[in-house]
Design a protein around this ligand. Structure first.
Ligand code: PLP
Length: 398
């Protein structure tokens, strides 16, 4: 009998399950808003012009493919670090930030979870309710008991700040708290500066360990603006970890390219953490991939290429914002006047407030696919589908 005879299949990933249904749908008007990828005005995942230019140059050079170091290319790590913490960060100069190349934002959390696990007194973690599902899965795999803190306030279309602060106040010292730096996935609601200050104060007082997930740098207000909270926490002397990703802002989803950054108390602690990070990388996948790292390093270290890339990030951000506005305009035109809150959200996603049943009606009656929880990828809207989607939402609400 096969070793796998008694193995039960894991439940279908809800997002990939949606895509399956979408692919089978033969309606010409169908729209997939379940995805987590930015699409351009023609509905395609873009290859950025800057990336293409650099790729052509790399091809022409015909570079060999040796193993990179376990923690990634040093030049890459330096550039990734500057993008998150600012080129003139005193903490970088003091050598107290350990940065390692990771397999996207997912890999950043995987490595961080292993290092936390080696240091953690209680193996407890809290994530926002709701959050990106992999936060829970990855921490559980590393041996953590994962609970939630209150976050989404459906009635007020925003963040339940009192609930959040109360739940963090009740957390045991050493608990890992996962927070989204910007463009909260799935809700689209972010913390204000004052709310972040209150979280930072609690983290200090209660000795909580923050993991700040920044998968969407540049998609809310700007590359520097979106990293502002992290830079303030560093200036305030907090020690914490950041996961950053180039999947979205370089449109390099399939290259698995990101970074994990440990903000340590001093350079000595940083060296010890670095050895743990290398071990975590080696035991998980040995060494990270080269291609995406070479592309990102070349762009970030060249003034002209970098400027061109910043323009492309700006264009993606502006396009998403214009689609939010167009959706709200379309809803207004279709007689729905209480969904202005979509314009107060940030990033690729919108919690639109529809029920599970309404989301199913959207699929069956109108061929518009979002998640059961009401998450729509506004970055997949375009001038050709936005009015259709607005009319469909209006119809299922009536
Ligand atoms: N963190 C959050 C909050 C995300 O939404 C995502 C992707 O959807 C990730 C991490 C993973 O990013 P990556 O694709 O770079 O692994």
């Amino acid at each position: 009998m096969s070793l796998f005879a008694g193995l039960r299949a894991t439940p279908n990933d809800p997002i990939f399950g949606l895509t399956d249904r979408f692919n089978k749908d033969t309606d010409p008007n169908k729209v997939n808003l379940g995805v987590g990828m930015y699409q351009d005005a023609h509905g395609a995942v873009p290859l950025l012009k800057t990336v293409l230019k650099v790729e052509n140059g790399l091809d022409a050079q015909g570079l060999p493919r040796p193993y990179p170091p376990m923690d990634g290319l040093a030049d890459y790590n330096r550039e990734a670090q500057k993008l998150v913490f600012g080129a003139d960060s005193p903490a970088i100069a003091a050598g107290r930030i350990v940065t390692a190349q990771s397999l996207g934002g997912t890999g950043a959390l995987t490595v961080a979870a292993d290092v936390y696990s080696a240091a953690s007194p209680n193996h407890a973690a809290l994530v926002s309710s709701p959050t990106w599902a992999n936060h829970i899965a990855i921490l559980q795999r590393a041996g953590y008991t994962v609970g939630t803190y209150r976050y989404y306030d459906a009635q007020r279309h925003g963040v339940d700040v009192d609930g959040l602060l109360a739940d963090l106040s009740a957390a045991e010292a050493g608990t890992v708290i996962v927070l989204h730096e910007c463009c909260h996935n799935p809700t689209g609601y972010d913390l204000t500066r004052e709310q972040w200050d209150a979280v930072a104060q609690l983290a200090r007082d209660r000795r909580l360990t923050l993991f700040i997930d920044m998968a969407y740098q540049g998609f809310s207000e700007g590359l520097d603006e979106d990293a502002e909270t992290i830079r303030r926490l560093v200036a305030d002397g907090l020690t914490f970890v950041v996961g950053s990703s180039f999947s979205k802002n370089f449109s390099l989803y399939g290259e698995r390219i990101g970074a994990v950054h440990f903000v340590c108390a001093d350079a000595d602690e940083a060296e010890r953490v670095r050895s743990r990070v290398k071990t975590a990388a080696r035991e998980n996948y040995s060494t990270p991939p080269l291609h995406g790292a070479r592309i990102v390093t070349t762009i970030l270290s060249d003034e002209q290429l970098r400027a061109q890339w910043v323009e492309e990030v700006t264009a993606m951000r502006e396009r998403i914002k214009s689609m939010r506005r167009a959706l709200v305009d379309g809803l207004n035109a279709a007689g729905v006047h209480d969904m202005e809150f979509i314009n107060t959200q940030a990033g690729m996603f919108s919690y639109c407030g529809l029920s599970k049943e309404q989301m199913e009606l959207l699929r069956t009656e109108h061929h518009v696919y979002g998640t059961d929880a009401g998450r729509l990828c506004v970055a997949a809207l375009n001038p050709g589908n936005v009015d259709y989607v607005a009319t469909a939402i209006a119809a299922v609400r009536s």
